[in-house]
Design a protein around this ligand. Structure first.
Ligand SMILES: CC(C)(COP(=O)(O)OP(=O)(O)OC[C@H]1O[C@@H](n2cnc3c(N)ncnc32)[C@H](O)[C@@H]1OP(=O)(O)O)[C@@H](O)C(=O)NCCC(=O)NCCS
Length: 375
């Protein structure tokens, strides 16, 4: 496109009618085929008076997009609103000119006016986001269960590992058929079998009635904060997902909900743990580790039957439940692999009342926080 005078660029909030042009801008740049209906599903769901989506445009042509998905979270003190950043994209001709920080200025002001405490996102573009006013936090790692040597190419896409580590992972994946299968079938010797046998797993097609109670129990048992997985959020994000609908398997003990795992299979035949959460007023952490291992094992077995080459889950920080998932995952046969994408946060004024948000180890985060394309 060549030289563009920056003063001619307008940054504004969109109207519903801008949806198709915003979606085309995204599809053209990434070579994707996201439908207009999927775009609406993702961005017209906020419930806020203004669509939290800004564009940079010149002569009615969209040259940049930036959006928020408002997400309610819960901690010991109750519920609060956060904004998850999505759709950050500028035409290469207008990068490096302060447009991105200017778009965020508008977004931050609006989200603050709506009572949002913090705006956050996942990104490889650390430098650009620091310039836009974010703090960069924990590096997101992943847990990986290899099932086939081909999984390695997908797994290592966009990684920042050294050559030696890549060779190590390739060898690991080649041996995967032996190691992971053996590990999976011997999970029983590493978990509390009598409890495991009494856990009843069910596939859910709608959000469970106890979903909010489970989130409350979760923050009581494990501390910190997590997404409020209420019926509205779960319906939108999982059960009525217009991209990939994740399968949800819930664990019950004597008809009491203990937690669930949601998983999906992407176009490259890689399985993803979209969500895993578990909590109980009665069971201790060791027993809960068994519950999580049972859920993970169930997801792995079912994903393998669906033809998965491997299964990925996130390992983000030292939140007690994040650590517990990692321990349970290792018992099932997952390996830990660094990934290299960062979480960035920008605290708005209201966050002063919740100082615990400043410590990233207080956040329990997994893939359910992302835009929803993988379920
Ligand atoms: C992210 C983006 C909106 C930032 O725009 P910007 O504020 O004008 O900043 P720039 O593009 O000039 O990038 C600033 C720095 O961040 C780096 N950066 C940008 N995107 C990056 C990415 N995806 N991964 C790693 N670094 C990235 C740039 O290389 C640049 O570094 P340099 O100064 O050392 O050359 C723009 O780079 C973009 O549209 N990138 C493609 C989409 C994207 O990567 N989105 C990531 C999600 S936030």
């Amino acid at each position: 496109m060549g030289f563009i005078a920056m003063e001619a660029i307008v940054i504004r909030f969109i109207n519903v009618e801008d949806g198709n042009a915003c979606n085309d801008f995204h599809n053209n740049f990434y070579g994707k085929d996201r439908t207009d209906t999927q775009w609406k599903w993702e961005f017209l769901h906020s419930g806020l008076p203004e669509i939290p989506f800004v564009v940079a445009e010149k002569d009615n042509k969209i040259l940049g997009t930036l959006a928020q998905i408002p997400i309610r979270m819960i901690d010991h003190d109750g519920e609060f609103l956060t904004g998850k950043s999505e759709e950050a994209l500028l035409d290469p001709d207008i990068r490096g000119k302060g447009i991105y920080p200017a778009m965020f200025e508008k977004i931050f002001a609006y989200m603050e006016s709506q009572g949002t405490l913090v705006v956050w996102g996942f990104t490889p573009a650390i430098k650009a986001n620091l310039q836009a006013g974010f703090e960069a936090h924990t590096n997101i790692g992943q847990l990986f269960f290899p099932m086939h040597a081909d999984a390695v190419n997908v797994l290592l896409k966009n990684n920042t590992l050294s050559k030696v580590k890549i060779i190590g992972i390739k060898i690991l994946c080649k041996l995967s058929g032996v190691f992971s299968a053996a590990s999976l079938y011997s999970t029983g010797v590493r978990i509390n079998n009598s409890l495991a046998q009494n856990i009843c797993l069910k596939t859910l097609s709608t959000p469970p009635d106890e979903c909010v109670d489970l989130c409350r129990t979760f923050v009581r048992q494990w501390g910190g904060t997590t997404i409020l997985r209420d019926a509205g959020f779960l319906s939108w994000r999982i059960f009525e997902n217009l991209h990939i609908r994740a399968t949800v398997r819930a664990a019950y003990l004597d008809d009491r909900l203990l937690g669930w795992v949601a998983y999906s299979l992407d176009d490259n035949s890689v399985g993803h743990i979209v969500d895993i959460i578990a909590a109980s007023n009665e069971l201790n952490p060791l027993d809960m580790e068994t519950v999580v291992a049972v859920l993970l094992k169930d997801a792995v077995v079912r994903l393998r039957k669906m033809g998965a080459l491997g299964v990925r889950a996130w390992k983000v920080n030292r939140h007690p439940f994040d650590d517990l998932v990692a321990r349970a995952a290792r018992k099932v046969g997952f390996y830990f692999i660094p990934r290299g994408e960062w979480m960035v946060l920008h605290y708005l004024q209201g966050s002063a009342a919740r100082p615990s948000l400043r410590s990233i180890d207080n956040w329990y985060i997994n893939r359910i926080y992302t835009e929803g394309v993988l379920g």
